[in-house]
Design a protein around this ligand. Structure first.
Ligand SMILES: Nc1ncnc2c1ncn2[C@@H]1O[C@H](COP(=O)(O)OP(=O)(O)O)[C@@H](O)[C@H]1O
Ligand SMILES: [Mg+2]
Length: 267
């Protein structure tokens, strides 16, 4: 796992923390011990997502519990399958690998809690808090009459990440965040990404856009409506760029579910 720029701070058998070198590690470690070590110990909060403050800065904390023995073993031994770590490690690793992109919230710390056998039972990741932004899902709930605008605003980010050489394989409304003015966007929840520089732009874009429609959005707007917003975006943004197959890829992937494993191997 690539973790340049992070130092191991708390190295107890039960709990280890890695903190970004640009933070005051002792201070962060103290706060994390309160939030992470304590909370996962009490009442088995297996899934924490919350904003925490350290000094004047806000951060977003995610804690996940590993419930199955095999995922605990894979995480503890840092085993890779199909070129990627198990989900909790993959989220941390992908976040660190993509930290140079301004639409990815930066990972600031991460760590693991272990049981008495030394197996990882919980992992946490502390990241930059994205201020004044919400997931597209939250924005649609808040402003249902702006759904077309919100969908349109997501397309640029979806296109950009593919051009930047990776593909987020779980892009649904909850995993894209937009500022309320819709000028800025972020991709989150990076556990399921594939780094892929190969061509096939049309199929990758078609896949992501089809998936985006299929997951939740299809209950709000028809595929025809969605394609018409996409075609408008395409004309305004990509201009004459020849993408005659995109619509058929979008349709294909909106109509058909692709299993997780297959999705990963497809690109
Ligand atoms: N870096 C962040 N800054 C602010 N809010 C965030 C951040 N990351 C996630 N969120 C909020 O938390 C929600 C859940 O985050 P996500 O990473 O998708 O977790 P989950 O694994 O539960 O799907 C998002 O929809 C968003 O509202
Ligand atoms: Mg999510």
């Amino acid at each position: 796992m690539k973790a340049d720029g992070f130092s191991k701070v708390n190295d107890e058998r039960k709990c280890s923390f890695y903190i970004s070198d640009d933070l005051e590690s002792q201070k962060v470690c103290k706060v994390l011990k309160n939030h992470v070590a304590w909370e996962v110990g009490v009442g088995d909060s297996s899934r924490i997502r919350k904003v925490i403050s350290i000094g004047k800065c806000k951060y977003f904390l995610k804690v996940n519990a590993l419930t199955h023995r095999n995922e605990r073993i894979r995480t503890t031994l840092r085993i890779k399958r199909r070129g990627t770590y198990d989900w909790v490690l993959a989220e941390i690793d992908n976040g660190i690998r993509l930290a140079h992109l301004d639409y990815i919230p930066k990972v600031k710390a991460y760590g693991f809690k272990r049981n008495r056998l030394g197996l990882v039972t919980h992992a946490f990741v502390l990241m930059e808090f994205v201020e004044s932004a919400h997931s597209v899902q939250e924005l649609i709930n808040k402003f249902p009459c702006r759904v077309n605008e919100l969908v349109y605003a997501s397309f640029g980010l979806i296109y950009k990440h593919i051009i930047d050489g990776f593909i987020h394989l779980d892009l649904w409304l909850g995993n894209i965040m937009l500022s309320e003015c819709l000028k800025n966007g972020w991709l989150i929840d990076l556990e399921y990404c594939k780094f892929t520089k190969h061509p096939r732009l049309e199929e990758k874009l078609g896949y992501c856009l089809g998936y985006y429609h299929r997951h939740t959005l299809s209950g709000i707007m028809s595929l025809e409506q969605y394609l018409s917003i996409f075609n408008q975006w395409h004309q305004n943004t990509l201009g004459d760029m020849h993408c005659e197959n995109i619509n058929s890829f979008i349709t294909k992937y909106s109509m058909n579910e692709t299993a997780r494993k297959t999705r990963f191997e497809m690109f």
